[in-house]
Design a binder for this molecule. Structure first.
Ligand SMILES: *[C@@H]1O[C@H](CO)[C@@H](O)[C@H](O)[C@H]1NC(C)=O
Ligand SMILES: *[C@@H]1O[C@H](CO)[C@@H](O)[C@H](O)[C@H]1NC(C)=O
Ligand SMILES: *[C@@H]1O[C@H](CO)[C@@H](O)[C@H](O)[C@H]1NC(C)=O
Ligand SMILES: *[C@@H]1O[C@H](CO)[C@@H](O)[C@H](O)[C@H]1NC(C)=O
Ligand SMILES: *[C@@H]1O[C@H](CO)[C@@H](O)[C@H](O)[C@H]1NC(C)=O
Ligand SMILES: *[C@@H]1O[C@H](CO)[C@@H](O)[C@H](O)[C@H]1NC(C)=O
Ligand SMILES: *[C@@H]1O[C@H](CO)[C@@H](O)[C@H](O)[C@H]1NC(C)=O
Ligand SMILES: *[C@@H]1O[C@H](CO)[C@@H](O)[C@H](O)[C@H]1NC(C)=O
Length: 316
């Protein structure tokens, strides 16, 4: 059962708050909510949210890990998607989506939009139709576990590998690719890149290139482990093989209900965030990088760091 035992207010301040957006980080993931200013949710909202989340929970695992849908009618209509990592089995996907739904309903239940990033899956809902859209303006960046570094020469090989993977994953039928690179004496490094399957190839490319650039631009970062999440795509790099062997068909199912494609409402969501090592408040480097990302002006968001007692998404 996920529980946030200890919520520590982090120092990121709201620059000019028109939004109530809150982002919370924990060891393996993060969530972001936008609570209604008055905390008031209507009965229709609750009904729609429940039916949307149930549909995602039920259908995503059996649709090769991706489902998008809408529920209800305006003004209470909600849009959502759930997506699992491309290498994750249907049962693991089901349990991850379940966890993400639990986070959303417990922690964001007064929010008209929310996103939950876990290691093996992603969940998002909003009262604006964000499906199929990604133009770079809504980045949420959550680099996780930047605790260990590599020799610069190894790191350079890893960066090169990841930039190739970021360029190639959008060409894959599932907008997903995982692989490894030989870095010499230090062995291999492993990477994974994935876009949400509602995106076009061009939108995916935009997202992965943007995520890569956002993280590395101007800095030859040497981390041997990082996870980057955004609203449209994710990237993970590590020194061990963290992904499962996978085979995917060459022709992916659509995984999107017809209902979701009909509205032209625009999402109002804007969130940028950054993850640090959790439970280490003396980590000045990590804090500095939070400020750096927040200061890029992509978001005005309160950020919290959570010490999570229970490991919520470890199932293996
Ligand atoms: C809404 O709920 C949050 C969390 O319980 C609380 O901090 C906030 O003050 C509430 N806002 C209003 C306007 O009641
Ligand atoms: C949200 O959760 C809180 C605490 O569990 C509960 O008191 C409240 O009624 C819930 N609100 C909705 C809209 O479900
Ligand atoms: C991105 O899309 C949103 C919603 O469709 C729009 O408001 C915003 O201006 C767009 N940004 C760019 C840079 O095109
Ligand atoms: C962070 O990275 C270190 C070293 O690679 C690893 O031992 C640790 O388990 C990682 N932590 C998480 C939460 O993944
Ligand atoms: C890519 O992003 C840029 C802005 O960052 C936007 O102008 C362009 O329309 C996007 N292209 C696609 C295909 O989403
Ligand atoms: C990575 O290592 C290289 C070589 O030591 C160094 O120049 C660079 O500043 C390091 N990157 C960061 C972000 O510390
Ligand atoms: C995964 O693939 C690797 C390389 O092809 C192979 O050595 C390994 O046995 C496979 N693992 C499983 C569990 O199938
Ligand atoms: C906190 O950070 C310091 C310095 O980077 C490190 O030595 C220490 O092990 C970290 N503590 C935890 C609990 O991660």
């Amino acid at each position: 059962m996920p529980s946030i035992r200890n919520l520590i207010l982090l120092l990121v301040s709201v620059l000019a708050s028109f939004s109530n957006c809150i982002t919370v980080f924990f060891d393996d993931g993060s969530y972001s909510c936008n609570p209604r200013p008055d905390n008031a949710t209507t009965a229709a909202f609750k009904t729609n949210l429940n039916s949307l989340l149930s549909a995602l929970e039920e259908k995503a695992p059996d649709s090769y890990g991706f489902y998008a849908a809408a529920a209800g009618e305006n003004p209470d209509r909600l849009y959502g998607l759930a997506q699992c990592r491309g290498d994750v089995s249907a049962p693991d996907c089901a349990s991850c989506v379940k966890d993400s739904v639990r986070w959303a309903t417990r922690s964001c239940n007064n929010s008209n939009e929310a996103a939950v990033w876990l290691d093996r899956c992603y969940l998002r809902y909003s009262d604006g139709n964000f499906l199929g859209q990604w133009n770079g303006s809504r980045i949420a960046l959550t680099p996780i576990n930047m605790s260990t570094t590599d020799d610069p020469s190894v790191a350079a090989k890893g960066r090169n590998f990841m930039s190739l993977l970021a360029a190639d994953a959008p060409n894959q039928p599932f907008l997903f690719e995982a692989g490894s690179v030989d870095v010499g004496e230090r062995g291999r490094r492993y990477g994974l890149v994935q876009c949400n399957r509602d995106l076009s190839v061009a939108g995916c490319r935009n997202c992965t290139a943007g995520l890569f650039k956002f993280y590395f631009d101007g800095e030859k970062r040497n981390q041997s482990s990082y996870r980057l999440f955004s609203y449209g795509c994710r990237m993970r790099y590590d020194s061990y093989k963290f992904y499962f062997n996978y085979t995917l068909p060459s022709d992916p199912p659509q995984g999107m209900s017809a209902a979701s494609a009909t509205s032209t409402t625009i999402s109002r969501s804007k969130t940028a965030s950054e993850q640090l090592r959790c439970g280490n408040s003396s980590d000045d480097d990590a804090l500095a990088s939070v400020f750096k990302f927040i200061n890029l002006g992509l978001q005005k968001c309160r950020a919290y760091r959570a010490a999570v007692g229970d490991r919520h998404n470890r199932h293996s």
